[in-house]
Design a protein around this ligand. Structure first.
Ligand code: ZN
Length: 330
């Protein structure tokens, strides 16, 4: 499927691109700016496919040879600029783009270059690209994909149309995860909240069993903490520290933050609809009742401190024990 409509969110960017296609006012250079997983590659590829499509419409038709080649990543006039080193060097840009762009398109109306991680172009590479941007061949379209625009020379920015990716609404991501991944709404909602509006991150979390496991561990600890003996707490902490890589631990702390955010929100509003851990509403409500605002506030401070302590090589059990003390306070 190749339609812009398959892409969740990013209505502003989609509107810009489809109206450019409708009016046949195509710029020579675009920057798609947004974090990993925000959908910028999908948008760039849809745009490239629409530009090459026989239908000349605002969406790729999906049926013509151009569309089939676009979808298979084998279109001779959609060129993916690659790099092997940490930076994108002047040689990468010269060989794959600046020299190549002078050759007429093979079969398409346009010759399109997609540069992923374009923020990694070093200054000589950007200067080489600049010469092309100053006098591009008529058929040239250059799509730069970047985390943000901060690393680009002003002279590059001034010659590009800049398209900023926006966080996608939580409910849209939730509905997408429920439909595409067959997740129950409760889990889909959690994954969507945790993704902070980044569809790729949401998808990754939804497919990651480690995340679901971390969620269950958080729930066991936070729900049962007041009823656990010290030796049970120590065992729970040891189990968490044992199995997790550093990346998983950061998920774990983010989940803890989300839990106490729920408790705080419920304490302030008594609105069950705003609780993300909706399946555990009973425990959320219980803790909202039992814990004071200063205690909850202190838990958030301790969560940040715990991450700091771990960075500063405090042992995991010792750091967690301090956190647990804060979590047990009334
Ligand atoms: Zn087509």
């Amino acid at each position: 499927m190749l339609s812009f409509n398959d892409i969740i969110g990013q209505d502003g960017v989609k509107a810009h691109l489809t109206s450019a296609l409708a009016e046949k006012k195509i710029s020579h250079a675009y920057i798609f700016a947004g974090e990993d997983g925000s959908g910028k590659m999908m948008l760039a590829e849809r745009f490239a496919a629409a530009l090459q499509c026989d239908s000349e419409g605002t969406d790729p038709c999906g049926a013509c040879l151009n569309c089939m080649q676009s979808e298979a990543h084998s279109h001779p006039d959609i060129i993916y600029v690659t790099h092997e080193k940490k930076d994108i060097t002047v040689d990468d840009i010269r060989l794959q783009l600046v020299n190549d762009i002078r050759v007429l398109p093979y079969s398409g109306r346009y010759k399109i270059y997609i540069v992923d991680e374009a923020e990694k172009m070093n200054e000589p590479a950007q200067n080489a690209l600049l010469k092309t941007l100053e006098e591009p061949p008529e058929y040239a379209v250059i799509l730069l994909l970047a985390e943000n625009t901060g690393k680009f020379l002003q002279t590059i920015l001034s010659r590009c149309v800049i398209l900023d990716m926006r966080p996608v609404e939580r409910t849209l991501i939730r509905d997408y995860l429920m439909a595409e991944k067959q997740l129950p709404d409760y889990v889909a909602n959690l994954c969507a909240s945790f993704s902070c509006g980044c569809i790729g991150k949401a998808r990754r979390i939804a497919e990651d069993e480690g995340f679901i496991e971390a969620k269950d561990r958080v729930l066991r600890l936070v729900c049962d903490l007041d009823r656990m003996s010290q030796s049970e707490i120590s065992a729970a902490i040891a189990a968490i520290g044992d199995k997790n890589s550093a990346a998983d631990l950061s998920d774990y702390f983010d989940l803890l933050s989300m839990w106490y955010r729920d408790v705080l929100v419920y304490k302030s509003t008594h609105n069950a609809e705003r609780v993300l851990f909706s399946e555990n509403l009973h425990s959320v409500a219980e803790q909202a009742e039992a814990k004071s605002f200063p205690t909850l506030n202190n838990i958030f401070i301790e969560l940040d401190l715990t991450k700091e302590r771990l960075k500063n090589n405090v042992s995991f059990p010792a750091a967690m024990q301090l956190l647990v003390e804060a979590m047990k306070a009334k």
